[in-house]
Design a protein around this ligand. Structure first.
Ligand code: AKG
Length: 309
């Protein structure tokens, strides 16, 4: 496949726009009226995605099967849920969020060293896609490959703040372990061997990436979005939300539910590839679809003032 080597237009950091004190956002961030944030009655309701205590998986036969059922129902009904008692250290989650916050608050010249290209997307980025003249999202991000080991390039991992590499290494290791726990639960729920999904995703060579989204303060949050509506292409995404800001919305029936993060929970998004497995193996469908390769994506989240959701 031919990958474009560079962006079609000069890259502008959304954080710089925000810091410049503009009172109106540039046209290239203004979404069509039908694509702007919706604040209907569902958005403001108390509804939330399910919260599942994964401690139940080690709680004896009865509790284990209740927990597996909760995971199964959440996958089928929502494709989104939160997990608590997940085994990732709460202190490490806080440090991961903090170290990335520090990264984004460094001077621009420190961050620009890691400016990314559409070749691999690894590094500091401000847009996805290379369509000239595209309407952009109001966010910057950092993207890294973590696994398989052969895909890891430490030159792309920021050297500053000094603790970043160590924190991210440990954080990613623990989140990948959590991914293994959920892949096992999902395999059992689909009536498969407990190692089935782990093996289907590469076994010991499983893929994992880290993406950190940064949503700078926006002067006209009703005209744009921090991130456009999408489904995640990988196997599973673990979102570490910001403590102070809620902005993530999940589509449910005809409306959008604003996720209310539980303390030290991860938000789990079942990606397209596992959704396909679910279609194949659950008795809800008799369709058969072939899949060639699959990655698990891990996402960190270091937002601070997300006024655009
Ligand atoms: O930042 C969020 O809350 C959502 C992130 C997300 O959906 C993504 O990175 O794909």
């Amino acid at each position: 496949m031919n990958c474009p080597r560079d962006w079609p237009e000069p890259i502008i950091r959304v954080q710089s726009l925000s810091d410049s004190g503009i009172t109106a956002i540039p046209d290239r961030y203004v979404k069509a009226p039908s694509a702007r944030p919706s604040f209907d009655s569902t958005t403001h309701s108390d509804a939330n995605i399910p919260i599942i205590d994964l401690g139940g998986l080690n709680g004896g036969d009865n509790l284990e099967s209740i927990t597996l059922n909760k995971v199964h129902d959440a996958c089928l009904e929502w494709g989104f849920f939160q997990v608590v008692n997940h085994g990732v250290s709460p202190d490490l989650m806080d440090r991961a969020r903090e170290v990335w916050r520090e990264f984004f608050h460094q001077p621009m010249e420190v961050k620009q060293v890691y400016g990314n290209s559409p070749n691999t997307y690894e590094g500091y980025g401000s847009r996805l896609g290379v369509d000239k003249g595209a309407i952009l999202d109001w966010s910057d991000y950092y993207f890294l490959h973590y696994l398989p080991y052969s895909s890891r390039d430490y030159n792309k991992w920021p050297a500053l703040p000094t603790s970043l590499r160590e924190v991210i290494d440990e954080y990613s290791k623990q989140v990948v372990r959590l991914g293994g726990v959920l892949l096992k639960a999902l395999s059992i729920n689909l009536g498969l061997n407990e190692k089935f999904l782990q093996n289907a995703f590469g076994g010991d060579d499983i893929g994992a990436c880290l993406r950190v989204n940064f949503y700078p303060k926006c002067p006209q949050p009703d005209l744009t979005l921090g991130l456009s509506p999408h489904s995640d292409p990988g196997g599973m995404t673990f979102l570490l939300p910001d403590h102070n800001v809620s902005g993530l919305q999940v589509r449910k029936n005809d409306g959008w539910i604003t996720v209310k993060p539980a303390p030290h929970a991860f938000i789990v998004n079942i990606g397209d590839q596992i959704q396909v497995f679910t279609l194949i193996f659950s008795h809800f469908s008799s369709d058969y679809i072939l899949i060639s390769s699959i990655n698990i994506y891990i996402k960190g989240h270091a937002t601070h003032t997300s006024e655009c959701s």
